[in-house]
Design a protein around this ligand. Structure first.
Ligand code: ZN
Length: 327
């Protein structure tokens, strides 16, 4: 009962607030993995109940638009009040298995940015670290060979803190070295890399056939500022062509890997996107997009709120924030 009253009150507050300042602004949400249960090794991952509360709240309080339509209307200054978009990064299989049925239930459109090299059985470097530590029978991981300390990994808490420390240190190593290092780590852990974490060609095609949009995210998920311009062009254009032949349609939206402005991409990468035929791109700068903002630097927010009402309030607050703070 209290929830219903709070919901109605919130809906009223949101309507009034958005009428005052929420027009021609767009709030974009980022999701990655959605799992059946809480994952103690990846506490930022959504469980399906939490995800459903999010989608239900977004559908109830806001206007969930298709990203391509939202970007077009942002440019034309015709966005409805309370316009939001839902995005997923990387291409995890659980986006198809677990998130898609929820999106369809609430008729909420979304875009899925796919890193091309991992389709059909691949595994991203961060997941090799996470799954090696999750699945190993070792209680200590001696990583001196890749320049790290030894990590005690007997308990869940120890495993979680080892994962965090290793990911943070590996994140900004050059791509080839990072890939070599995570393979060494998997060997030391005695674990075979999983082949079922990312979507298959067929799942991506099915997503698209269900009315979902597909967007580019490079082939190997490099931080663009850490590779040469030539490599960046290849990463961006090969991924675009691959996805276009997969879904039989032009791919027009892109999400920068990691996505922090000036740190993970620069103006030259925006020029590469234009050259390759992209029409919009999404970052991880925090805030709402406003009319006349750069369509190649659309900010996004992430949310780990457990309740739909909390998420609705966070989205409302974001309508009044412009980028400046990054994740
Ligand atoms: Zn990503």
């Amino acid at each position: 009962m209290i929830d219903i009253i709070l919901g109605r009150l919130l809906r009223l507050i949101i309507r009034v607030s958005l009428l005052i300042q929420g027009k021609n602004r767009l709030v974009v949400l980022t999701y990655h993995r959605v799992k059946q249960e809480d994952d103690p090794l990846q506490p930022d991952d959504m469980n399906v109940g939490q995800f459903e509360r999010h989608i239900k709240a977004l559908s109830a309080f806001y206007r969930v638009l298709k990203p391509e339509e939202a970007v077009t209307r942002l440019r034309k200054n015709t966005l409805p009040a309370g316009a939001v978009c839902i995005t997923f990064d990387d291409g995890y299989a659980n986006n198809y298995d677990i998130a898609l049925p929820v999106l369809l239930k609430y008729r909420a459109p979304a875009i899925f940015f796919i890193a091309g090299s991992f389709i059909n059985g691949g595994c991203m470097w961060n997941d090799i670290v996470i799954e090696s530590i999750r699945r190993t029978k070792n209680t200590v991981l001696d990583l001196s060979v890749i320049g790290f300390d030894s990590f005690a990994i007997k308990t869940i808490e120890e495993k979680a803190s080892a994962i965090e420390a290793i990911l943070n240190q590996l994140k900004y190593r050059p791509m080839q070295q990072r890939l070599k290092n995570v393979k060494q780590l998997a060997n030391i852990a005695g674990v075979t890399t999983p082949t079922d974490l990312m979507m298959s060609d067929e799942q991506i095609r099915n997503l698209h056939e269900h009315g979902m949009e597909i967007g580019g995210h490079t082939m190997n998920h490099p931080i663009l500022t850490q590779i040469s311009t030539e490599q960046a062009r290849d990463e961006i254009s090969t991924n675009k062509k691959q996805l276009e032949s997969l879904v039989g349609e032009q791919i027009t939206s892109f999400a920068y890997p990691n996505g922090k402005p000036d740190q993970d991409y620069k103006q030259e990468h925006i020029e590469l996107l234009k050259e390759c035929g992209y029409q919009s791109a999404f970052t991880t700068a925090w805030g709402s997009a406003k009319q006349n903002g750069d369509p190649y630097q659309i900010p996004r927010i992430s949310s780990w709120d457990g309740s739909g009402l909390k998420l609705a309030l966070r989205v409302l607050k974001t309508f009044f924030e412009t980028p400046g703070r990054t994740l």
